[in-house]
Design a binder for this molecule. Structure first.
Ligand SMILES: [Mg+2]
Length: 367
């Protein structure tokens, strides 16, 4: 960051908006998502760390937002605070080339629904190439229902690409049992069956020893820039799921993906469409390596179709997927919505203090 940055964030960001967006379903115990939005030279950006996150973590989200707005340099010199860790040797970069598309593929999500609802839920997405099915809602106790739902899915969509996501819902032994049961469904990958990165590595070793053909992807294991390197070093997963804000911005996310050498899938942190646009930009510029083509195909579907989880977004259409794709574009919030969805003054003050606290944290970590 340049030396001329002000001590007070309001000198950099004299104007910002804090919105409360209603969601369709409950997430993290709430049906509302608060987001702070502002406009910079490059366009609108979103700062929306979950409300329980403290400054050391939330400041990376701020770095991402400032960078996307064009208020910080967007190169690797602008890397957010690091907690240590060093890059392993670069691998598999020889054939790397960025996507050049102006839209990207996104996956549909099949929640832990009743078998009878599978068809109707997926019909709402229109034509999609990739579906991510949630499993393990109640850990291993959900296995019989999960299997019934997946059988129904495969009956209806025999050739659609299928991913599973357990959101770390199993213990290691439960995950081994579940993987054996899921192996016959032709999975592209299985996201985070267990919580600990060491257990992910153990599970992967077991799958390999028993020749169970399941590729593991790390999602919850990746919350900051050092994590992908650790996942790669431990051999805990073959695919990583990356999110722009937690990793500190597009430039950092791209460099950690390149440094760790693992194929990456870009996902959202449940942003409004302003924040999803940053994810789309990252996805559109990530290199496609031979390994990523082998595991994920030419254009891996991203987890960026989450605008549909909001009952109201920052614009009327937002970045809602159409036939499994969203455009790579910038979103300008509707001025009326900036007014009508604004939080009350007390809540705005809370966000204003948080913004300054995160900024102070960023400045303190500059050297
Ligand atoms: Mg996940």
């Amino acid at each position: 960051m340049a030396e001329s940055l002000p001590t007070h964030i309001t000198d950099l960001l004299p104007r910002f908006h804090v919105l409360r967006l209603p969601m369709v379903t409950r997430f993290r115990g709430t049906t509302e998502r608060e987001v702070l939005l502002f406009e910079g030279p490059d366009g609108w950006a979103e700062f929306s760390p979950f409300t329980e996150y403290r400054a050391p973590e939330a400041s990376r989200w701020l770095h991402a937002a400032l960078e996307f707005a064009g208020l910080l340099p967007g190169d690797s010199d602008a890397a957010p605070p690091s907690d240590g860790g060093s890059a392993p040797p670069l691998e598999d970069r020889t054939s790397a080339r960025p996507h050049t598309s102006n839209s990207i593929e996104v996956n549909a999500t099949l929640p832990a629904c009743l078998v009878a609802d599978v068809e109707q839920i997926l019909d709402r997405y229109g034509s999609v190439g990739t579906v991510k099915a949630k499993v393990a809602e109640h850990g291993i106790d959900s296995l019989p229902e999960d299997l019934d739902r997946l059988r129904e899915f495969r009956r209806l969509f025999p050739t659609t690409t299928l991913r599973l996501d357990a959101n770390a819902g199993y213990s290691l032994t439960e995950a081994e049992r579940a993987c054996e049961a899921f192996a016959g469904f032709g999975l592209q990958y299985f996201e985070q069956p267990v919580a600990a990165v060491e257990d992910m590595a153990r599970l992967r070793a077991t799958l390999s020893a028993q020749e169970i053909p399941i590729v593991l992807a790390a999602d919850e294991s990746i919350r900051k820039a050092e994590d992908p390197l650790r996942v790669a070093q431990l051999g805990a997963a073959e695919v990583i799921v990356v999110k722009v804000q937690p990793l500190g911005g597009i430039a950092t996310a791209r460099s950690v993906v390149e440094a760790c050498g693992l194929p990456a899938v870009v996902s959202s942190a449940l942003e409004s469409s302003v924040g999803l646009a940053a994810g789309a930009k990252l996805a559109a510029t990530l290199p496609v390596t031979e390994r990523s083509r082998e595991l994920l195909g030419d254009s891996p579907a991203c987890g960026l179709g989450t605008a549909r989880l909001f009952a109201e977004d920052v614009t009327a259409g937002g970045l809602n997927p159409r036939d499994g794709r969203i455009p790579v574009t910038r979103i300008v919030p509707d001025p009326d919505r900036l007014e009508t969805m604004a939080v009350d003054p007390g809540r705005r003050d809370w966000w204003s203090s948080r913004l300054q606290e995160c900024w102070t944290h960023l400045l303190s970590r500059r050297s």
